[in-house]
Design a protein around this ligand. Structure first.
Ligand code: ACO
Length: 328
């Protein structure tokens, strides 16, 4: 059994919202946003563009690179906090639109940790049963619909997009792509980053809509501290487990939430900026899509070649966090 990443893909919507555009919506400015977050612009989906539309666009590229059709997929996982519907799941809808049928499909909810959590879930399935020859993992988010555009603390941070990867079990005796992984959660800190209403705890009413309770609520400063410590710890664990030193890494791909979080984690790991993938300036935080978009850009941009060691790490609502070491 040898499981590898056979293809990657990504998609961001056409419309760009710049910091200057945000200055017209809330009391903020380009300089604050750039220095405090590293974000210059983000992409915003069209009104009629839903999570599955972006997922399908990213997935098509990943399937093309893998050289397979959707009918060959045996599992599809969509990581998202902004599914088309609560049910049916977005993975089933995406598979249908891609022209496939019958695969094991589910959505995975782990906010920004969703993409690497889904890679881990797909990998675990493939290790357990040989019938999973090809699995498609997608992170897709339309965060613009759960953003409170009158809250400057959060509205400057998020963007829309999708990233995808096809995992293949080649059935050879070769090495696996995923060398080590480490995942955790702490629900006692769930209130730091939450979308309060619309679930069974606080069902949707006219009052919850008026109070913006269907949008992202975040205690930024507290979340920041946990993000740095949690990602650094998970990264150290996977490196130690795999017996790999930070100097051996070709690339670190951290979740793109804030440039200062990315720098704090990479400094603690002893990895210089040149080996840290960063596209936050153009996309902002796309939650579950973020690492998938980075991975695809790294592959297509020639920053990752077969055999390179790459460390993925993420942190998000839950709180959830983790790290994964790949031999690409
Ligand atoms: N423009 C101008 N000023 C602002 C803005 C803005 N957009 N937003 C906040 N400020 C002000 C605040 O009001 C505050 O002013 P005050 O000192 O007068 O009260 C000041 O700037 C500093 O605010 P802080 O919240 O302390 O700013 P901080 O440097 O912590 O940056 C941020 C805020 C960017 C949110 C940061 O804390 C952060 O990135 N947190 C972590 C985000 C994260 O990792 N989330 C997890 C993933 S997301 C997911 O799972 C969906």
């Amino acid at each position: 059994m040898s499981i590898r990443i056979a293809g990657t893909g990504s998609y961001v919507p056409e419309k760009i919202l710049t910091n200057a555009d945000l200055e017209k919506l809330v009391d903020t400015n380009d300089e604050w946003i750039k220095t405090r977050t590293g974000i210059a612009e983000r992409h915003i989906a069209a009104d009629d563009e839903a999570c599955s539309d972006m997922a399908v666009a990213a997935a098509r590229q990943a399937l093309d690179m893998a050289g397979i059709s959707a009918s060959e997929l045996s599992a599809v996982i969509v990581a998202t906090t902004t599914p088309d519907h609560i049910f049916p799941n977005t993975a089933s809808l995406a598979l249908d639109r891609l022209g496939g049928k019958g695969a094991f499909c589910f959505d995975l909810s782990a906010a920004c940790s969703g993409f690497i959590s889904s890679l881990e879930a797909a990998y675990a399935l493939m290790c357990t049963r040989s019938q999973y020859r090809y699995a498609l993992v997608i992170g897709s988010e339309k965060l613009s619909i759960i953003t409170n555009w009158s809250d400057r603390n959060t509205c400057v941070l998020f963007g829309d997009g999708a990233g995808a990867a096809v995992l293949e079990n080649t059935a050879d005796a070769g090495p696996n792509t995923i060398l080590a992984a480490d995942f955790h959660a702490d629900g006692s800190l769930g209130s730091l980053l939450t979308l309060p209403a619309g679930g069974s705890r606080q069902p949707a009413t006219a009052a919850t809509v008026a109070a913006h309770l269907h949008t992202i609520h975040m205690e930024g400063r507290e979340t920041f501290k946990h993000a740095v410590n949690a990602m650094t710890g998970a990264c150290r664990t996977v490196l130690e487990t795999a017996g790999v030193r930070a100097e051996q890494l070709k690339l670190v791909i951290p979740h793109q939430a804030n440039i200062r979080i990315i720098q704090a984690v990479s400094q603690r790991l002893g990895v210089e900026d040149a080996r840290v993938f960063c596209n936050i300036a153009h996309y902002g935080n796309t939650s579950a899509a973020s690492i998938g978009i980075c991975l695809d850009e790294a592959v297509r941009g020639g920053r990752l070649e077969r055999g390179d060691l790459v460390l993925l790490t993420s942190f998000g609502s839950g709180l959830t966090w983790g790290a994964m070491l790949l031999k690409y």
